[in-house]
Ligand binder design. Structure first.
Ligand code: NAD
Ligand code: UDP
Length: 341
């Protein structure tokens, strides 16, 4: 089935806004729905600025089933890319019910509403966190899955729910995408990651130290069994990641079914390498100190990219220098994220 019109849930968020840009640039009709619990509507104005296209933006909480049902009664879409959800690991440990409620309920409501239609094309944001502590690198899609925190478990449960839905009704076409570490920003500097409060993730933390909003980075552990002792991750440029969604959606048009793909670069960089590259390429200072390990962190992970290359015809293009350049471009043009516009 030819996909023309796409609903992006959580479309005002970090990855969602970049995906809206790529979809629009590829000629899709796009509708965004978001409750703005972790984003700003300004992001959608910026998407319009980049693409020259203004799209419908609906304020909608996917936990509110009557509202979701009403949305699908009024709008006909050919596919849904589902980003809406909470994503902070630490917060999920402190408040698991918030995560189970929001992430599971919004997915269930979405699938219930979509299930009434003939068009059941769904792309879902999963995470490399479902691989838990990987026993081999690079991580292939058929590696064992496990999770050690409520956030990760919401991803695992949702993957299972999607498998179950598909097993009972093959009219569904489902793409599960397991992201490695999304970083950076659109090269225009108009959209990027705008974490609420103090960032949990490494790249926005580095950027806020460089701009002077935070005093110094704390590097969690330099005693891992890695080349320089710091953790190793597969950082992927958010624009590459967004393009991966377009490729996955295209694949649903030609080969229906349920599929699972890693979205990563296949190359790991250490925390220290990222910090040093950021400082050097952008000619800024990033003061840091080494502290103890963060509980639950794996020493190293990076993706096997073979399956995505072969089946989706997609591979990441941007290297680490582009990632730190684009991060700094966004951070320095928007020192306080979207909040000062
Ligand atoms: P984000 O917080 O920037 O975007 C999520 C969006 O969903 C926000 O705009 C938020 O307002 C919205 N939202 C949350 N709950 C909602 C609800 N009930 N109804 C409507 N809208 C709701 O996060 P992101 O980094 O863009 O992540 C997008 C998705 O990708 C999430 O599902 C996340 O778990 C997943 N993911 C992210 C990463 C990462 O490192 N950023 C890694 C792996 C997976
Ligand atoms: N990290 C760090 N200091 C920070 C944030 C992260 O040293 O302030 C490290 C973390 O221990 C891990 C890597 O950076 O080795 C990536 O962490 P992040 O939270 O960005 O992503 P994760 O891989 O945990 O999903």
């Amino acid at each position: 089935m030819k996909i023309k019109k796409v609903l992006v849930t959580g479309g005002a968020g970090y990855i969602g806004s970049h995906t809206c840009v790529e979809l629009l640039q590829e000629g899709y009709d796009v509708v965004c729905a978001d409750n703005f619990v972790n984003s700003s509507p300004i992001a959608m104005d910026r998407v319009a600025q980049i693409t020259g296209k203004t799209i419908p933006v609906h304020e909608l909480d996917f936990c509110d089933y009557p509202a979701v049902k009403k949305f699908f009664t009024n709008e006909t879409v050919d596919a849904v890319i589902h980003f809406a959800g909470h994503k902070a690991v630490g917060e999920s440990v402190e408040n698991p019910l918030k995560y189970y409620e929001n992430n599971l309920l919004s997915l269930i409501n979405l699938c219930k509403a979509m299930g009434k239609d003939i068009r059941k094309n769904l792309v879902f944001s999963s995470s490399a966190t479902v691989y838990g502590f990987p026993d081999q690198l690079p991580i292939e899609e058929d590696s064992p899955v496990d999770s050690f925190n409520p956030y990760g478990r919401t991803k695992l449960f949702i993957e299972q729910i999607l498998q179950d839905i598909w097993a009972t009704d093959n009219a569904w076409n489902i793409s599960i995408l397991r992201y490695f570490n999304p970083v950076a920003a659109h090269p225009s500097g108009l959209i990027g990651e705008d974490p609420a409060g103090i960032p949990n993730n490494l790249m926005p933390y580095i950027a806020q130290v460089a701009i002077g909003r935070l005093e110094r980075l704390r590097i969690f552990g330099a005693d891992y069994d890695t080349p320089d002792g710091t953790g190793v991750r597969d950082f992927i440029h958010v624009v590459d990641l967004a393009k991966g969604h377009v490729a996955a959606m295209r694949k649903l048009e030609t080969s229906p079914g349920l599929m699972v793909h890693n979205l990563g670069t296949g190359r790991g960089y250490s925390v220290l390498e990222l910090v040093n590259t950021f400082a050097e390429v952008n000619n800024v200072q990033v003061p840091y100190e080494i502290v103890g390990r963060r509980p639950g962190d794996v020493a190293a992970n990076y993706a096997s990219t073979d399956k995505a290359k072969k089946e989706l015809g997609w591979e990441a293009q941007c290297g680490i220098r582009q990632m730190v350049l684009d991060t700094w471009n966004w951070q320095s043009k928007n020192p306080n994220g979207y909040s000062f516009d």
